[in-house]
Design a protein around this ligand. Structure first.
Ligand code: NAD
Length: 353
């Protein structure tokens, strides 16, 4: 059969350069013709990024940021933006900060310049999230896609090694899962393979020397590619499992991703020879799973869900919740029994098979 697919590329400017965030921000604010800029950053992020935001005239600094964008924080930021006649949002920090800017853009239609300092990747997606009474709602709207992303590895040198590894493995999960996600296509596969290669070099380099910019640069580059493919390809089996485990049993996001990923890779690759070959080549190994496991070992990644709050008795229920969410695009046939087996291995920390 010939090559046939539909691929959507989201439009955004990416400015990449170590030590250049201040100059790039000033140039972008001028290009967009904005003169009422609101900078969104938590107090510690604002301190870390002061030299960057000092490069522009700021109408309002907003520091009230919280994980997962609680609705009341979003309403407060929206009101502050409206009262101050803001015409441009600049968010500078992790995914929580980007998320708050997106919540403001969603209702006020303001453009965003994002300066990300972790590897979460929210800056390259058109997905927003809001939390109300402990329930997280997400949606897709191009209005929340930052018009410009400014990457500067110098701003990430202080991201603790453990957080860097967790955030980086989460980006790796975006790349690997995109190989069989609902909108998997050859463009996404090519970008994902490059993301895997970049992250596989960068994350061990960061562990070896967190203050060396080159590892940080490649991690940001890989995280950007990972987010682009995640936005384009959608959630595959891995993300569906992690979503249920996080939502129903309150398991921590990054650790759950790190534990589940090798099990999904082991489950799917026998049925997806092309993906297996691409992922393996990106890791520089013959078997994709060997490449991922070697990286996980180097990073001392967590291995067992039992260490993070899952009870063994929850496994049958979790499998029932996950099964209907598995996309039809998944290469391996997923049954309740197969899911229970996979979750059990992840629970005990057994090697992925
Ligand atoms: P986060 O933004 O909560 O940041 C984690 C911690 O790291 C914070 O305390 C922050 O202050 C600190 N930090 C950030 N940059 C730092 C740096 N350079 N040095 C030292 N400390 C630093 O967490 P996150 O992992 O960046 O983002 C997670 C959030 O993003 C979640 O809410 C997730 O749902 C969301 N997310 C959304 C999308 C999307 O497409 N909408 C994609 C990925 C993640």
């Amino acid at each position: 059969m010939g090559l046939k697919f539909e691929h959507v590329t989201l439009g955004q400017r990416v400015l990449f350069g170590t030590g250049l965030a201040g100059a790039n921000l000033a140039a972008e604010v001028a290009r967009l013709g904005a003169d009422r800029v609101m900078v969104i950053a938590s107090p510690s992020e604002a301190k870390r990024l002061a030299s960057v935001t000092d490069a522009i005239k700021v109408a309002l600094h907003h520091h009230d940021v919280a994980p997962h964008v609680p609705l009341e924080k979003a309403e407060k930021a929206r009101a502050a933006a409206a009262e101050n006649n803001i015409d441009l949002l600049v968010c500078a920090g992790g995914g929580s900060t980007t998320g708050l800017a997106k919540a403001v853009a969603l209702t006020l239609g303001l453009p965003i310049i994002a300066i990300p300092t972790t590897y979460a990747g929210s800056e390259a997606t058109n997905v927003w999230g809001l939390t109300e009474a402990c329930r997280k709602t997400t949606g897709v709207d191009d209005a929340v896609l930052p018009v410009t992303v400014i990457y500067d590895a110098a701003l990430t040198l202080g991201l603790p090694v453990e957080l860097s590894a967790a955030s980086g493995l989460n980006a790796m999960a975006h790349c690997i899962d995109s190989m069989w996600a609902p909108r998997a296509d050859p463009i996404n596969a090519a970008l994902a393979a490059e993301g895997i290669r970049a992250l596989n070099t960068a994350l061990p380099a960061i562990k070896a020397d967190p203050l060396e910019p080159s590892g940080r640069e490649h991690a940001l580059y890989g995280a950007y590619l990972a987010a682009v493919v995640f936005a384009s390809a959608g959630s595959g089996m891995h993300h569906k499992i992690c979503h249920v485990l996080g939502g129903a049993y309150n398991l921590p996001h990054a650790q759950t991703h790190a534990i589940i990923l090798p099990h999904v890779l082991a489950f799917n690759t026998p049925y997806a020879p092309e993906a297996q070959a691409r992922i393996a080549a990106a890791f520089g190994t013959t078997r994709a799973l060997d490449g991922l496991n070697a990286l996980r070992d180097t990073l001392d990644a967590p291995t067992a869900l039992k260490d993070y709050g899952l009870a063994e008795k929850n496994i049958p229920e979790a499998a029932q919740l996950i099964l209907p969410a598995i996309p039809a695009s998944n290469p391996g046939e997923v049954t309740t029994e197969a899911l229970e087996k996979l979750l059990h291995r992840a629970y005990t920390g057994s090697a992925a098979l």
